[in-house]
Design a protein around this ligand. Sequence first.
Ligand SMILES: Nc1ncnc2c1ncn2[C@@H]1O[C@H](COP(=O)(O)OP(=O)(O)O)[C@@H](O)[C@H]1O
Ligand SMILES: [Mg+2]
Length: 334
Amino acid sequence: MLGTLDRDRYRVIPIGITRDGAFVLEDDDPGKFGLDPAHLPEVVDNGTRIVWPDSTRSRELRVRDAAGERSLGDVDVVFPILHGRFGEDGTVQGFLELLDLPYVGAGLLMSAIGMDKHTTKSILKAAGVPVVPWVTVTRSALERDGELWRRRIRSLGLPAFVKPARAGSSVGVSKVDDWADLDAALDVAFAEDGTVLVEQAVVGREVECGVLEGRDGGAPRVSVAGEIVISGRDFYDFDAKYLGADGIELVCPAELGDGELAEMQRIAARAFEAVGGQGLARVDFFYTGTEFFVNEVNTMPGFTPISMFPKCWIASGMSYDDLLTELIELARAR
Ligand SMILES: Nc1ncnc2c1ncn2[C@@H]1O[C@H](COP(=O)(O)OP(=O)(O)O)[C@@H](O)[C@H]1O
Ligand SMILES: [Mg+2]
């Protein structure tokens, strides 16, 4: 993404966050954070520190290093290209709200909703969006009333998926084909989060579409559908998502009839609005061939040029550049 932002139009100040939570000034080097399976990129502490505006009256970003402190100029828009906890769960969004800096994407609440599978599904269900039946259980409830919860879980039937409420990237997700494996799967999920969902497994296709907030109060815009075609793997796991493991293909546009696509797009727009309707989202579905179920709403979907969200927009006639510009302009307009 860094490589494609139009430099005639935008001046980019790349900021990295270290594991310890330090905001550091990065070099404007698009190659540096490429996803290389053999060597996943990491932000290292280079000794610089970003100094955020000292009140909402200022938009001036500064950097401090061994040589002292200097201005980086005024910020128009922050583009939080972050995944997971502290990145797309509303925390960074709340921080930017306090600074009164415009930012791309969902606000605090929508981000927090999208991060939590139980909350997302509850809201979607209440809005009439079809979701797969599930049971949510906390570690403490399971410890107090193990038999009751196991009974509730077993009533979902096999196979089932067990997943942490807040994780992502398929971390902590397992498929259970035999109830004898349930406890092990719960342990794996509880290692990521104290709240876990168990869900009926859907036999069907995994299809997704991109949604963009409407311009000037207009309806959300929905892209054509993409499909994750899985062959020879149990499901869309971490290795397949990020490490280019075999057996997964992202196909866009997905093979769907016009009626099927229209139905999916209608549900995607409804899901997007139900959780807050801001910025962008990738709405992920399971499609049984007769029914669409929304699996999740990703408020900061993967954004490399080969990721599904941009791919779906490109297939819908919007270039990667135009998409970035649109997101930035939506943030500025808000
Ligand atoms: N109910 C389900 N039925 C079938 N497959 C599922 C189900 N839940 C999850 N999966 C599989 O596991 C993958 C990861 O689960 P998901 O809920 O999307 O979590 P994450 O937030 O980690 O992406 C999905 O892409 C899909 O391949
Ligand atoms: Mg997913």
